[in-house]
Write a protein that binds this ligand. Structure first.
Ligand SMILES: [Fe+2]
Length: 690
C-alpha cells in the first residue's frame, strides 16, 4: 500500500509539519562548510515511515529571534545526488532547534542529510533510513535502549552499537534505534557536590539555572523549560550519543526521568519533594518536543515551536473511575503532548509505543498503614504478592469482592484500596487505543514498546532456612520485589493479555527498559499458583549506563545481613561478589544458598523452584548495554549485547570489550499455541543470568 500525495499532506498536517517533498536527484546548491561548533548538539532523525522522516538539528544564533536554515537530503554521502531540500526555521522560541518532515522518499533506503545556514555554515552530516514498505518481506532489525545516565556513566554501548552496525552485512544492519526512555535524568548532580555515587564518578553534565529548580539531597531538579533544556543540551554533548543519533533514526518514548523521578500525571515527586507540577510537566514536554524529533503534534499546531499552554500548579484531587485526575490544569498539562503512537516497518513489524506516566493512577502501594502489616526491613523491602494483588485490583479485586482487611501473618489493616479503581499505568483512553492497535495490527510481529517492563519479579522467601528472618514467611505465598511497572500491575496486564488471547493474536512481544537489567521471558497474566498461560514474549533491555541493582547491592547490602546470600555471593579470592539476585529471581532461595556455599552453578540450578518463575528465561541485574531484535516471516530473535559496567568512557572505536552476547529466539506460533524461546550464549559468560 502506498500513500498518495494527498494522504501524505494530511498526515503531515496532523503533526503540524510543513511539506518538504523529495524529487529528482541533483547536485547540492548550498555552499556547505562543516562547522560542528555552530551546531553543538549535532543532528538527528526520528520516526521514519516508508516515505518520510523527521530531521533535526540545533543552531543557536547570538542575534535575532528567528533564522532559516536549509536542510538537504541526498542519496550519497558527498551530496552529489540531493533529492530533497527544504527550509528549516530555527528560533529562540524553540531554543534554536528545528524539525523538518521530509517526504516523497523511496522506502528502505539510506539517506544522508545536513543543515546549512545563510552564510554556508554547515552541520555535521547525518545518516537516516526510511522504513520498508508495508508489503516488504525482508527481515527488519532494530536496537532497543534505555537509561543513559551521562551524569554518572559513559555511553560505550552506543560506540559498540555503531561499530557493529558499520560492519554488519546490509541485510543485518539496524533500521532504527527504539529509545525506551530515561533519555535524560532530570536529577542532576554537580561534581563539586558529589564526587561519586556507588561505583560511579560524577561527571559534569548540566546546571539548572539559578532559581529555576529545587535541590533534593545531591540532586538538582529542574522546574522550568530552561532547566530541562539545559539537561538535554548537556546530554547531547556526549560524543557517543551524538554519533548514534547522527547514524541512525531514533524512535523515542519517555520514561519517568524526562519529567520527574517518582512523578505521575502532572505531579512532581522526587524523594521527599512533592508538589503539583502542571507547569513543570508542560516544561518537560516542551523540552522533549524540542530535542527529540518525533511524529507528535504540539499545542501550537506547528512543528516549528511547541507553544506551551498557560497553566496553574494546582493540587491533584478528584479522580475519575480510571484514576485520571480531572483538575483542569492537570488535563491541559498531560494532554499537551501525546507520544503514544504506532509505526509500521515492512511486512513483519507493527510497533506500538505507549506512555506509562502521563495517565497513570496514583501509586496503590504507598499507603502508610501497610507498614503496620509486618517488619519489611526484616525482609529487605520484599512485600507479600497476595496483598499487592489486592491493592492493585482495588474495588475490582476478586471479582468485585475485595477484602475488608489485608492480612500478613498476624498483622491486619483495613484495605485502603477497597473502594478505589484498579491501578492503571496506561489510563483508560490510551489502553483502549493500545487494545485497538493490537487487534488491528496485520504485521507478523506486534511489538509493544514500553518504557517499563511487564515481567514479574518475585522471591520464594517461604524457603528461607529458619533463623534468617525473625519469623518465617507464610507458606504458599511469594514475595514481590517490583512495583511501578506491569510486573505488578496484574489487573491491567491481565486485561491486555486477555485481548491478545481472545483475539487470537500471534507474534505478540513486549520490549521495555527502566529496570537497568536484561530480562527475557514470556508474557503471562498470572504465575503459579494462578494459571500460567503465556500469550507472547517479553524482553527488558539493560541500561546503557545507569547503575543497576547488582551495583547498588554491592554497596548497600550489609556484610552481616542474614539474607545476603539472596543478593550476593562473596568470593574468597578477593574478586567482586557475584550477583545471586539473578538466581533468586529465576531459581529461588534454595539455589542462592547452595551457590554461596559451593559456587557450583549446576548444583545450585538443580534446586530451582519450578513454581517461582516459569515466565523467565534470562535475568541479569548487573548487565549494561543494548539489545537488538530481528523479525522475519517466521522468527523473532533478540540479542543482548552486554558490556562491562560503563564507569569511564572507552575511546577505542569498538567502545571496549563485551561481557557477553546472548540470543533469545522464538519461532512464530499459531493461535492457541505457546511461544517457545531457545537461548544461546554467543560470546562471553552471562554468569548467574541463566
Ligand atoms: Fe532509568
Amino acid at each position: 500500500m502506498s500513500l498518495t500525495r494527498r494522504d501524505f499532506i494530511q498526515a503531515a498536517a496532523s503533526i503540524g509539519a510543513s511539506l518538504a517533498l523529495g524529487g529528482t536527484a541533483c547536485r547540492s546548491r548550498t555552499s556547505w562548510r562543516e562547522r560542528r561548533d555552530l551546531y553543538p548538539e549535532g543532528v538527528a532523525s526520528g520516526d521514519p515511515d516508508s516515505q518520510s522522516v523527521i530531521l533535526w538539528t540545533r543552531r543557536p544564533f547570538a542575534r535575532g529571534d528567528k533564522h532559516v536554515l536549509t536542510v538537504e537530503v541526498a542519496e550519497d554521502e558527498d551530496f552529489k545526488r540531493v533529492i530533497a531540500h527544504a527550509a528549516a526555521p530555527v528560533s529562540a522560541a524553540s531554543d534554536w532547534t528545528t524539525r523538518v518532515l521530509v517526504a516523497g522518499l523511496p522506502p528502505a533506503r539510506v539517506y544522508w542529510y545536513r543543515f546549512t545556514d545563510a552564510d554556508g555554515n554547515g552541520s555535521r552530516i547525518g545518516r537516516t533510513i526510511t522504513a520498508p514498505a508495508a508489503d516488504d518481506p525482508r527481515s527488519v532489525t532494530f536496537a532497543f535502549v534505555s537509561c543513559q545516565a551521562c551524569n554518572e556513566g559513559a555511553l560505550n554501548a552506543y560506540r559498540r552499537m555503531i561499530f557493529e552496525d558499520e560492519r554488519a552485512a546490509p541485510g543485518d544492519q539496524l533500521g532504527f534505534v527504539l529509545h525506551l526512555g530515561d533519555f535524560i535524568y532530570e536529577v542532576v548532580q554537580y561534581p563539586e557536590e558529589a564526587k561519586t555515587r556507588l561505583d560511579r564518578t560524577i561527571y559534569e553534565v548540566a546546571r539548572i539555572p539559578e532559581g529555576q529548580g529545587h535541590k533534593v539531597g545531591n540532586f538538582h531538579i529542574p522546574l522550568t523549560v530552561d532547566g530541562y533544556r539545559a539537561i538535554y543540551k548537556g546530554y547531547l554533548h556526549d560524543p557517543d550519543l551524538q554519533d548514534a543519533r547522527a547514524r541512525l533514526p531514533f524512535v523515542c518514548v519517555w520514561d519517568n526521568h524526562e519529567f520527574s523521578w517518582q512523578g505521575w500525571q502532572s505531579q512532581v515527586s522526587a524523594g521527599p519533594f512533592e508538589q503539583p507540577g502542571q507547569s513543570v510537566k508542560i516544561a518537560a514536554n516542551q523540552a522533549w518536543f524540542e530535542y527529540i524529533p518525533a511524529r507528535v503534534a504540539p499545542p501550537s499546531g506547528s512543528l516549528e515551536q511547541f507553544g506551551p499552554p498557560a497553566v496553574k500548579d494546582v493540587k491533584l484531587e478528584k479522580f475519575d473511575d480510571n484514576g485520571l485526575c480531572l483538575e483542569p490544569n492537570n488535563l491541559v498539562a498531560i494532554n499537551s503532548l501525546k507520544v503514544y503512537r504506532a509505526l509500521r516497518y515492512g511486512k513483519h513489524l507493527d510497533l506500538i509505543i505507549t506512555d506509562l506516566y502521563s495517565y497513570r493512577s496514583p501509586d496503590p502501594y504507598s499507603d502508610e498503614s501497610l507498614g503496620k502489616l509486618g517488619d519489611w526491613e526484616d525482609y529487605n523491602g520484599m512485600f507479600p504478592e497476595d496483598v499487592m494483588q489486592a491493592l492493585d485490583g482495588g474495588r475490582a479485586f476478586n471479582g468485585g469482592k475485595p477484602p475488608d482487611e489485608l492480612r500478613f501473618k498476624d498483622g491486619h489493616v483495613p484495605n485502603p484500596r477497597k473502594d478505589a479503581p484498579p491501578q492503571t499505568l496506561l489510563g483508560a483512553e490510551q489502553k483502549a487505543w493500545l487494545e485497538d492497535q493490537l487487534k488491528r495490527a496485520t504485521a507478523t510481529w506486534k511489538i509493544w514498546g514500553n518504557s517499563m517492563g511487564a515481567l514479574e519479579w518475585r522471591a520464594d522467601v517461604e524457603n528461607l532456612p529458619p533463623g534468617m528472618t525473625k519469623a518465617p514467611w507464610p507458606a504458599g505465598t511469594f514475595a514481590n520485589i517490583g512495583g511501578r511497572d506491569h510486573g505488578s500491575a496484574w489487573t491491567e496486564r491481565g486485561e491486555i493479555f486477555d485481548v491478545v488471547r481472545e483475539a487470537k493474536i500471534t507474534g505478540f512481544a513486549i520490549v521495555s527498559g527502566d529496570r537497568h537489567s536484561f530480562w527475557a521471558g514470556y508474557a503471562s497474566a498470572q504465575l503459579p499458583p494462578g494459571k500460567y498461560e503465556p500469550v507472547g514474549l517479553s524482553f527488558i533491555g539493560a541500561s546503557l549506563s545507569s547503575p543497576g541493582a547488582a551495583e547498588a547491592h554491592e554497596h548497600r547490602i550489609k556484610k552481616d545481613l542474614p539474607m545476603r546470600p539472596l543478593y550476593l555471593a562473596d568470593r574468597t579470592d578477593g574478586a567482586k561478589p557475584e550477583c545471586t539476585f539473578n538466581m533468586l529471581l529465576k531459581h529461588g532461595v534454595r539455589s542462592c544458598i547452595e551457590y554461596t556455599k559451593t559456587f557450583d552453578r549446576e548444583r545450585a540450578r538443580a534446586l530451582s523452584n519450578p513454581a517461582l518463575a516459569p515466565h523467565l528465561a534470562f535475568v541479569d541485574m548487573g548487565g549494561h548495554g543494548y539489545a537488538t531484535v530481528r523479525v522475519s516471516g517466521d522468527e523473532l530473535r533478540t540479542e543482548f549485547v552486554c558490556i562491562p559496567r560503563p564507569i569511564k568512557r572507552i575511546e577505542s572505536p569498538d567502545g571496549g570489550p563485551l561481557r557477553y552476547r546472548t540470543a533469545h529466539t522464538a519461532k512464530l506460533w499459531r493461535p492457541g499455541e505457546r511461544p517457545e524461546l531457545t537461548q544461546k550464549v554467543l560470546e562471553g559468560d552471562p554468569g548467574l543470568g541463566i
